[in-house]
Ligand binder design. Structure first.
Ligand SMILES: *Cc1c(COP(=O)(O)O)cnc(C)c1O
Length: 460
């Protein structure tokens, strides 16, 4: 059979509310044209993020009942630890409440003024946590990342020559670690190849630097390696995951993505000394090492999620359903980042709205257009999210306009059906027929960091 179906059936449903165009106009204005400030029950199809928005399985819900809430040494922790060790091949594992807690602990230990952290593309919280320590976060994606319409199997790759050049320029002693984000979320949800990870590892070895993965979407990345990397087609995803992690000295993971849970995170480390230091910081702000700010039941759900996400029928459905939306949007004349990535389709708002300059936020205009037309919530990944001067702006790292103006349609895992997606495709297709109806915006209020969460706008 050619049809790829949802490999599950639904036993609990959540109604969603259909609003009128007049209601949506009022809601959008009250939210200051910022989709983060719209109440979720006023959204019909919520593609703001794939983070923590997935549906848990019956086995995960059963795990919640099994959760043991002992403060120290809970059996739920040991079941979780065993599963995570088996999936990733790391001895030292700390649970955290979400990915950014792992980042905060890691960069507290290795970041400082005068240090440089290279990454294919820093995610927003990763960049903020690096910069919070006074270090400089440097994005060095492969050149194909900047050409949204071009199809390339591994547009998430890191530019290995640029990495070598950066290390030579700033000195290896000022680079505490090299990070690779799999899949490259801010760069379009694009995968990183095993070949690229091996090449980055070789540079790290030459300069004696540790390699860390920001591995929120490790399973989607591994499945895309299986599909796209020559010679990998017959390898089980489980093995590919181990090959990826065998190349790394550590990883920060948000379990809200491929962990298939609503909250949770991991910090994986090989270095014993770093693990001891990280454990102390975890205890300071998150909780004891056998729960890390989570309930015992959350650890059960995570243990189960990290297993379920490796089922290949799930991954086949997941990757195919994202590609379905991407291909249909393309056919409807909506410019997207090609090829569609693992967890989201990215509309190229810069290409869709050439009449709106970057200073008037074309991505934000498309976000507002999708909500107005159809009650769909998406998120801007462009000048609003990344155009703000970093708190430690220097001559070498001024607030440069980002290279792409994107709008992300992130797909919650196991939540929406194909007809929900057909509705999204129709709405975006209609916007693409009349892009002139979309208007630029100006910021009327912004906080000092991570402004996209709370900024307010007005239409120009
Ligand atoms: C979500 C995400 C994070 C941060 O994780 P949270 O659980 O949201 O704190 C870090 N890096 C990437 C690539 C992410 O997608």
């Amino acid at each position: 059979m050619k049809t790829v179906i949802e490999p599950f059936r639904i036993k609990s449903v959540e109604p969603i509310r259909i609003t009128t165009p007049a209601e949506r106009e009022r809601i959008l204005r009250e939210a200051g044209f910022n989709a983060f400030l719209i109440h979720a029950d006023e959204v019909l199809i919520d593609l703001l993020t794939d983070s923590g928005t997935g549906a848990m399985s019956a086995a995960q819900w059963a795990g919640l009942q099994r959760g043991d809430e002992s403060y120290a040494g809970s059996p739920s922790f040991y079941r979780f630890q065993e599963r995570v060790q088996e999936v990733f091949g790391f001895k030292h594992i700390l649970p955290t409440h979400q990915g950014r807690a792992s980042e905060r602990i890691l960069f507290d230990l290795v970041g400082a003024p005068g240090r440089w952290v290279p990454n294919n593309t820093h995610f927003d919280t990763t960049r903020a946590n690096v910069e919070h320590t006074g270090a400089v976060a440097v994005d060095i994606p492969c050149p194909e990342t900047r050409r949204p319409a071009e199809r390339h199997p591994f547009k998430g790759n890191l530019d290995v020559a640029a990495l070598e050049a950066l290390i030579n320029k700033v000195g290896a002693e000022n680079v505490p670690l090299v990070m690779v984000t799999v899949t490259n979320n801010s760069g379009g949800g694009q995968p990183v190849s095993l070949a690229n990870l091996r090449a980055v590892r070789a540079v790290c070895d030459r300069h004696k630097l540790p390699l860390f993965l920001d591995a929120c979407r490790f399973a989607e990345n591994a499945y895309l390696i299986k599909q796209r990397e020559p010679g990998m087609q017959d390898h089980p995803v489980r093995e590919i995951v181990r090959e990826m992690f065998n190349l790394a000295d550590g990883a920060t993971i948000s379990a809200k993505k491929d962990g298939l849970v609503n909250t949770g995170g991991l910090l994986l480390l090989r270095d014993e000394k770093l693990f001891m230091q990280a454990s102390n910081l975890l205890i300071l702000t998150e909780g004891f090492v056998t729960y890390g700010g989570l309930a015992g039941r959350d650890l059960e759900a995570m243990a189960c999620g990290f297993e379920e996400v490796l089922h290949e029928d799930y991954l086949a459905y997941r990757i195919r359903s994202v590609a379905y939306v991407g291909d249909a949007l393309s056919a409807a004349g909506v410019p997207i980042v090609q090829p569609p990535g693992g967890h989201a389709v990215y509309i190229d708002a810069g290409a869709l709205c050439p009449h709106i300059p970057a200073s008037q936020f074309p991505g934000q205009a498309v976000v507002c257009g999708l909500y107005r037309k159809a009650g769909i919530r998406a998120v801007e990944i462009g000048s609003v999210m990344f155009g703000q001067a970093p708190p430690h702006a220097t001559e070498t790292q001024p607030a440069a306009p980002p290279r792409l103006e994107l709008v992300r349609l992130a797909m919650p895992r196991r939540v929406y059906t194909q007809s929900h997606m057909d509705y999204v495709i129709e709405a975006a297709g209609e916007l693409a027929k009349d892009p002139q109806s979309l208007r630029g915006l100006r910021i009327v209020h912004e906080p000092p960091v991570l402004r996209h969460f709370t900024a307010r706008f007005e239409e120009v």
